[in-house]
Design a protein around this ligand. Structure first.
Ligand code: KG4
Ligand code: ZN
Length: 322
């Protein structure tokens, strides 16, 4: 079995996955509450918390699967992109376990991990397919040709990521962090046509979400607290509608342009209920695998050339792909 570790942002996660993609256990410890009072992830606070959580989370994953370290055949870890200090905690833990047990180690790219959330049972999607990856840090339309190689980027955001737009919008509405799930919840009781929040149309298959955030800012600034309180569900519903529309339109456009017969959606924003309902026909990553987790990292490791013992001791993490 494969032990996967993920510590790129504010989730400390460990999972055990079989070589044929069955999830034995998928433990995620979210630090969201720790960062909520700051309105976003504080990198240094995240690194320190990962350090406290990584061992207990791995122990919990092993206990849940009634497994021991001796059952692990491959250790997989996210090496980037993400918060560098946070990544280093996972990489150090993975190296220590792999080295102590003379195991190979697979270095996994976080974005490859999100796509590989589709390769786990029971979904087990087969490439080729068009993939919308929408998370807190990325918004990408990918042409996925096979399980392992780097997909061609058909479109990306020229400014904010979709999840970032949700989080910043939530902040303007006085909701908690992370904001995507909060907006999703509130939007259910609001009117999506109450406000008109235009999303900028950029050429090609790219996205832009900074304008819609500014439109929300203009709608709420200088307003009385009582007005905001009453309008909040309508604001959330209209704002969510604008972001979802942009994602859906672009995905459909990309499918037409590439002639893709299969489309899929992954990443934290793929948990959004309106997006899931609007992308009829697309393969949706299962809800627990949308936001950051280690099962997707172990899944991706199945398609990565592992580094043999002990060649990975000099392995480094990277903050960005560029
Ligand atoms: O994939 P993820 O866990 O972390 C990154 O790799 O960034 O994505 C987190 C993002 C956050 O921006 C969060 O607000 C958003 O996913 N998110 C949602 C929902 N659940 C999480 N956005 C919209 N609706 C949701 N239900
Ligand atoms: Zn992610």
């Amino acid at each position: 079995m494969i032990l996967g570790l993920e510590t790129s942002c504010d989730e400390t996660a460990a999972a055990l996955v079989t070589h044929d993609g069955a999830i034995l256990t998928n433990v995620v410890s979210s630090q969201a509450e720790l960062h909520a009072r700051y309105g976003g992830v504080v990198p240094e606070v995240a690194s320190r918390r990962h350090l406290e959580l990584v061992t207990p989370v791995i122990r919990e994953a092993l206990a849940e699967a009634k497994a021991e370290l001796g059952d692990v055949e491959l250790v997989a870890v996210t090496t980037g992109p993400g918060l560098i200090g946070a990544l280093l905690v996972g990489v150090a833990a993975a190296k220590a376990i792999a080295w102590a047990r003379r195991l190979p180690l697979a270095a996994v790219d976080h974005l490859h991990g999100h796509v590989a959330s589709l390769y786990l049972q029971p979904v087990a999607l087969e490439p080729p397919f068009l993939c919308l990856l929408a998370s807190g840090g990325h918004t990408l339309l990918l042409d996925v040709r096979d399980h392992g190689s780097k997909p061609r980027v058909l479109g990306t955001t020229i400014d904010d990521a979709a999840g970032e737009a949700f989080d910043k919008g939530a902040r303007l509405l006085g909701l908690g962090y992370p904001g995507g799930a909060e907006i999703d919840r509130l939007a259910r009781s609001g009117d999506p046509q109450a406000f008109d929040f235009p999303v900028a149309r950029v050429p090609g298959l790219d996205f832009s979400f900074s304008g819609v955030k500014t439109a929300l800012l203009y709608a709420v600034r200088d307003k009385q607290a009582a007005w905001l309180e009453a309008a909040r569900p309508d604001l959330a519903a209209s704002y969510q509608r604008a972001i979802v529309r942009a994602l859906v339109e672009r995905t459909q456009q990309a499918a037409e342009q590439t002639g893709a017969t299969k489309a899929a959606v992954v990443g934290g924003v793929a948990a959004n209920s309106e997006l899931r309902a609007s992308l009829g026909g697309a393969v949706l990553a299962p809800l627990p695998l949308c936001t950051d987790n280690a099962a997707m990292i172990a899944s991706a490791a199945r398609y990565v050339e592992p580094l043999p013992y002990p060649g990975y001791l000099g392995l480094d993490a990277y903050a960005s792909t560029a």
